[in-house]
Design a binder for this molecule. Structure first.
Ligand code: T46
Length: 136
């Protein structure tokens, strides 16, 4: 599975500040059903360490910055999310690890499905096995 590029998120900037809009099937490449955000993460903490069987996500830092490793079961790529105007599309069957959160980081995620713990693969060896076979 190939790695995504960062997506530009349009920002409407004027002297009053910035307004950023996310719209399903426009700048977000799927129907959004859920949004959550992660904040107040200590700089030494690491999160993620899982893949999703069926979920599509767009991750972006509303504020601050963090790094995300994506792993497709063969290769890994590191992304630096450091702009509210850049989003990372994360398709299904991508292992992710998030780290180096700045103290002001607010990492937001738009997701294509409601929360379902059954959709998670939290064991890396199991993820490798599934991604090698191309089946879940
Ligand atoms: C992801 C990365 C980028 C819920 O109850 N509802 C929810 O919608 C979510 C997202 C999580 N939870 C529960 C599940 C765990 O008991 O919140 C707890 C913490 O979740 P987790 O350890 O999975 O958090 P992260 O930061 O490792 O991963 C999160 C998302 O869970 C995941 O979908 O892709 O952010």
């Amino acid at each position: 599975m190939s790695f995504p590029e960062l997506i530009n998120i349009k920002s409407i900037d004027d002297p009053r500040g910035k307004l950023i809009v996310l719209e399903s099937n426009k700048n977000v490449p799927f129907d959004m059903k859920r949004i959550y955000y992660i904040l107040d993460v200590d700089s030494f903490e690491k999160r993620g360490f899982h893949a999703h069987k069926n979920l599509s996500q767009l991750a972006f830092c509303i504020k601050g910055e963090c790094k995300i490793i994506l792993d497709n079961g063969v290769d890994r790529k590191t992304y630096h999310l450091n702009s509210s105007k850049k989003g990372l599309f994360i398709g299904n069957m991508m292992w992710r690890e998030m780290y180096d959160f700045s103290s002001d980081c607010v990492l937001a995620v738009a997701a294509s499905e409601l929360y379902d713990e059954e959709d998670y693969i939290r064991d890396y060896e199991q993820f490798k096995k599934y991604s090698k076979k191309g089946e879940i």
